[in-house]
Design a protein around this ligand. Structure first.
Ligand SMILES: O=C(O)CCC(=O)C(=O)O
Length: 252
């Protein structure tokens, strides 16, 4: 990938924020995407899901037609940036590009995107480290989790263990609490999860986190959705193992 190290990108992070990220493995940039932009993207995804001939990539369940109308606004869209221009532009937000370049020391490239509806009643994801799922060398994997609406403990916000990115990669096993978490993922083992702290975000806030940070989310116990757009990035010169995520998207 031919990527110049351009100097015209944003540098949104202060020295204090960079130090906070180094110490804690995560960082919140408040109100970093405008309400207008978030509303437009939510409406765009909604229109894709409302379409009578919904493309295969956008379906809540691959290979299955939508049976009930409420299913149109459920689960997630996996890797919409591969198929949809708006989703790709949201992956490339200048503030994200700039922050990642500061965090990683060089230009980042996008490798994965997920738009979550997390509808009322939907389970969360058990505690894990993203590097367990997305191996890359040298490891520079970083997430940008954009709140597409207000998210708190009630509608299934993210929880993190501050500083846990310093422990290194840990073994993962079967999910323990199936009441709370999806069964198809794995759960980190040998960690005191009582240290997890809720990350309450407003619409347009962006949470950046390290691939070794232990994080999870809880079931949505509210009557609201918990929409989020979560993209994963690596430094442009890191190499990724998974075939399905091999395509790197320049953020320029
Ligand atoms: O948003 C969530 O509920 C889980 C997302 C997550 O754990 C991840 O993207 O790694």
């Amino acid at each position: 990938m031919n990527m110049s190290t351009s100097t015209d990108r944003l540098t949104p992070l202060t020295r204090e924020q960079l130090q906070f990220y180094k110490d804690n493995g995560y960082l919140i940039l408040r109100k970093s995407a405008s309400d207008d932009l978030i509303d437009a993207f939510n409406a765009h995804i909604r229109s894709i899901r409302l379409s009578e001939d919904m493309p295969e990539w956008a379906k809540p369940r691959r290979g299955q037609d939508v049976v009930e109308d409420k299913d149109r606004f459920s689960l997630r869209l996996f890797n919409p940036h591969l198929h949809d221009g708006f989703a790709k532009q949201m992956m490339k937000l200048p503030v994200i590009r700039g922050a990642l370049a500061q965090l990683l020391g060089d230009e980042a490239a996008g490798v994965q995107s997920m738009y979550f509806y997390k509808e009322p009643g939907a389970p969360g994801q058990a505690a894990h480290q993203d590097y367990y799922y997305i191996r890359n060398e040298p490891n520079s994997l970083t997430a940008a989790w954009v709140a597409m609406e207000y998210t708190d403990e009630e509608n299934g916000c993210l929880y993190v263990i501050p500083g846990s990115h310093k422990i290194g990669i840990l073994p993962h096993g079967k999910v323990k609490n199936l009441e709370e978490h999806e069964a198809w993922t794995d759960e980190v083992e040998g960690v005191d999860l009582s240290r997890e702290a809720a990350v309450v975000l407003d619409k347009g806030d962006i949470l950046f986190f390290d691939s070794l940070l232990i994080h999870s989310s809880t079931r949505n116990r509210s009557k609201r959705w918990r929409r989020s757009y979560v993209c994963h990035y690596i430094r442009h010169d890191s190499k990724i193992e998974r075939e399905d995520l091999k395509k790197k998207y320049s953020l320029e």
